[in-house]
Design a protein around this ligand. Structure first.
Ligand SMILES: Nc1ncnc2c1ncn2[C@@H]1O[C@H](COP(=O)(O)OP(=O)(O)OP(=O)(O)O)[C@@H](O)[C@H]1O
Ligand SMILES: [Mg+2]
Length: 446
């Protein structure tokens, strides 16, 4: 350290030299320190630059990742929107539930089938869409019910009933699929509203039953006189017996034993009349299809045997072209025989009108078509049908016969259709007519 020169104490040369040396050493030391410091500063600047570069690199990578994420998210949303629009365009309702039976999602069709909005359904138990009868039984055991019901229903189409918001029932065809998602198990139920189909089936059935009823009523007309005669007999016997009794009672000492005998007879006759009326009622009752296994060729032979005398009388030559070993069908024998009888009767009626010396030919064929349906053909070489007749013959009450009802063909068609078959014909004027009907060989459900 240099002190201020002291005028009172002059510094010696040696002292000054020492102080200079000391000063120079100090300067060297300071310069060295300065050197170290500037090196440190340079290092810091360098470090800082590297770090900044590094940071901007990671910043770039980060914004790239953010871009990629945004893109994926966009794609995901787009896919979800597409999927939703497909699901919502489907006319089938799609209900997704979890294993507890809670509704997870529904598409637009579900809303229109059941009348609930998606918000009203999501989070609710699927039992809400089932009829009260199932609901009452299964409410507490829904999980167990689903565990038992679903495996049986997977991969099948089942006819079930759904419950709408307004309390009405809707017939549904339902299929169920199972799928895992994020480690959880879900079920999707696909339901189709089949009300229109059910309604048509019901109408067809009613139509058929009405027609069958009409034939019976028609037959009833024919039978009415016979029945009246039958009932009349026991009734007049009752009248006679009661008159006898009345006469006996006019005696001073009526013979009760005799009266008893006559009353018993009157009673028996009255019962008889009752039985006749009862069987008449059974006859007019609407009859349901009663199926049994039938060999169609046997049925043809049975039907033909009823016309032996007609063939002889009208000189009709009969030909059979029956395919052997046809599959057995499960049909109402009486009804299909009725169809065959109607067709054969029509052919005989047509052949009767041919000129006397023309060969009258009737043939019956049975075969199996490519759809595995039995086909039965009744073919005649009668006068055939005019185009106008062809248009009308299948409509009820169309007849060209003085004693015909015009119901034979329309009833036949209904009977065949009730067996899920079809009735057709082809005809050429002056050449003849062929009627043919099909019957499925598969056993119907239910
Ligand atoms: N094989 C046939 N050849 C020519 N015409 C036919 C033949 N089958 C039916 N038809 C015509 O079709 C009409 C209607 O036949 P359909 O069996 O329905 O009634 P229908 O025989 O007149 O009376 P029914 O109720 O007694 O059977 C007949 O009146 C007849 O004119
Ligand atoms: Mg007829």
């Amino acid at each position: 350290m240099l002190n201020q020169p002291d005028n009172t104490n002059p510094i010696s040369i040696t002292e000054l030299q020492n102080r200079l040396i000391e000063f120079q050493a100090r300067q060297v030391e300071l310069e060295q320190q300065n050197q170290v410091l500037s090196e440190q500063v340079a290092q810091l600047v360098n470090d800082n630059r590297t770090k900044t570069e590094h940071l901007s690199k990671s910043d770039n990578a980060l914004s790239k990742t953010v871009d990629q994420l945004n893109y994926s998210r966009h794609q995901l949303l787009e896919r979800e929107a597409k999927l939703n629009s497909i699901l919502n365009a489907s006319i089938e309702g799609i209900i997704v539930i979890d294993t507890k039976g809670t509704i997870v999602s529904v598409n637009a069709a579900v809303e229109s089938i059941f009348g609930y909005s998606a918000e009203e359904l999501i989070g609710q138990r699927v039992i809400q869409l089932m009829p009260i009868t199932i609901r009452k039984k299964q409410d507490y055991y829904l999980e167990k019910y689903l565990r038992i019901f679903i495996p049986k229903a997977i991969g099948q189409i089942r006819e079930v009933e759904g419950l709408r918001k307004d309390g009405s029932l809707v017939p549904l065809d339902m299929s169920i699929a199972e799928f895992p998602l994020d480690g959880m198990q879900y079920f999707s139920g696909i339901v189709r509203d089949v009300s229109t189909r059910k309604h048509q089936e019901l109408q067809e059935k009613e139509h058929l039953e009405k027609l069958a009823h009409v034939t019976r009523l028609g037959l009833m007309g024919e039978m009415a006189s016979g029945i009246a005669h039958e009932v009349n007999q026991p009734l007049s016997a009752v009248v006679n017996y009661t008159q006898v009794c009345l006469r006996f009672l006019q005696n001073e000492k009526p013979d009760l034993e005799k009266i008893g005998d006559v009353m018993l007879k009157a009673n028996q006759q009255a019962l008889k009349a009752g039985q006749i009326i009862h069987s008449m009622r059974e006859f007019v009752k609407q009859r349901k299809i009663q199926r049994s296994t039938v060999d169609i060729n046997d049925l043809v032979y049975d039907a033909i045997s009823l016309f032996e005398s007609d063939f002889k009388q009208h000189l009709v030559a009969m030909r059979f072209e029956l395919t052997k070993s046809l599959p057995i069908v499960f049909i109402d024998r009486v009804q299909i025989e009725q169809v065959l009888l109607n067709l054969i009767r029509n052919s005989i009626d047509a052949l009767k009108d041919l000129p006397q010396f023309t060969q009258r030919q009737l043939s019956i064929e049975t075969s199996l078509n490519e759809l595995n349906y039995i086909v039965v053909r009744v073919k005649d070489n009668g006068p055939g049908l005019t185009p106008l007749q062809q248009e009308k013959i299948l409509t009820p009450f169309f007849t060209t016969k003085s004693s015909g009802m015009g119901m034979g063909l329309s009833i036949s068609r209904s009977l065949v259709e009730a067996h899920h078959g079809t009735l057709h014909f082809n005809s050429k004027e002056d050449k003849g007519t062929t009627f043919y009907f099909t019957i499925p060989t598969e056993k119907p459900n239910g």
